[in-house]
Design a protein around this ligand. Structure first.
Ligand SMILES: C[S@@+](CC[C@H](N)C(=O)[O-])C[C@H]1O[C@@H](n2cnc3c(N)ncnc32)[C@H](O)[C@@H]1O
Length: 217
């Protein structure tokens, strides 16, 4: 049983309709700008060893992994079949609404790295998901939760809509630690807009990440 961190009020969202319906139509768009995506890909290159088993949770048609690195298995999860089918990095995938069922159909200690990009902000029961991640991640494996400052507002629980960027980082860390994850590393960085605008100081989407590593057995 996961250790509760959020209150009932913090789990509420403006649109409480079925998430699967909200994501029924594929969205072949980038949810984050090029500056954010390039920072994320660099982080993956630095942190995820080649040949790792990778789980891209709350994925879409893109996974942001470096194109030239081979991983043993890239497993995708999301809510839209067409998006996941179009994702060239996924070896296999499944659909599951994590707000109705948090149990992951994966073996204990079977994954080296879990990625979650612009996804945590839609979880109403992140504690149960974090508990599951601790089960499926191998010793010394990691969870990398990345996000920026945008969201589908009506689909994000109150804990996210009411919180600042800093609150988001600490909430993700608190939820992970409450389930037994060690204190995560927090990253908060500005990015630079691509091209000429960046040269004159324009910023891209801000980059935030929470990285937790499961201790050696
Ligand atoms: C903003 S998109 C981000 C997609 C992808 N990670 C990316 O980087 O482009 C949010 C994703 O969260 C997932 N998602 C949202 N609500 C969900 C839910 N209740 N259960 C499972 N996945 C959900 C969907 O797969 C959706 O594509």
């Amino acid at each position: 049983m996961a250790v509760a961190v959020l209150s009932d009020a913090e789990r509420r969202k403006l649109d409480d309709g079925d998430d699967a319906l909200f994501y029924a139509e594929p969205r072949f768009v980038q949810h984050l700008d090029a500056a954010f995506r390039s920072r994320l890909t660099a982080l993956y290159r630095e942190r995820i060893p080649p040949c790792a088993v990778v789980l891209d949770l709350m994925s879409s048609w893109v996974s942001h992994l470096p194109e030239d690195v081979h991983y043993q298995d890239v497993i995708g999860h999301g809510l839209n079949e067409q998006e996941l089918q179009a994702n060239p990095r996924l070896d296999r995938h499944w659909l599951q609404n994590l707000n109705t069922d948090q149990r992951l159909p994966l073996e204990d200690a079977s994954v080296d790295a879990v990625l979650m990009v612009a996804g945590w902000q839609y979880l109403q029961y992140p504690e149960a998901v974090a508990e599951e991640l601790l089960r499926v991640v191998r010793p010394r494996g990691q969870v990398i939760v990345a996000f920026s400052n945008r969201m589908f507002f009506v689909k994000a629980p109150q804990v996210w809509t009411d919180g600042s960027d800093r609150d988001h980082l600490t909430t993700v860390a608190r939820v992970l630690m409450a389930q037994g994850w060690p204190r995560p590393e927090l990253i908060a960085e500005d990015t630079r807009a691509p091209g000429p605008l960046g040269w004159i100081g324009a910023k891209g989407d801000p980059f935030f990440a929470v990285i937790a590593t499961r201790p050696a057995a």
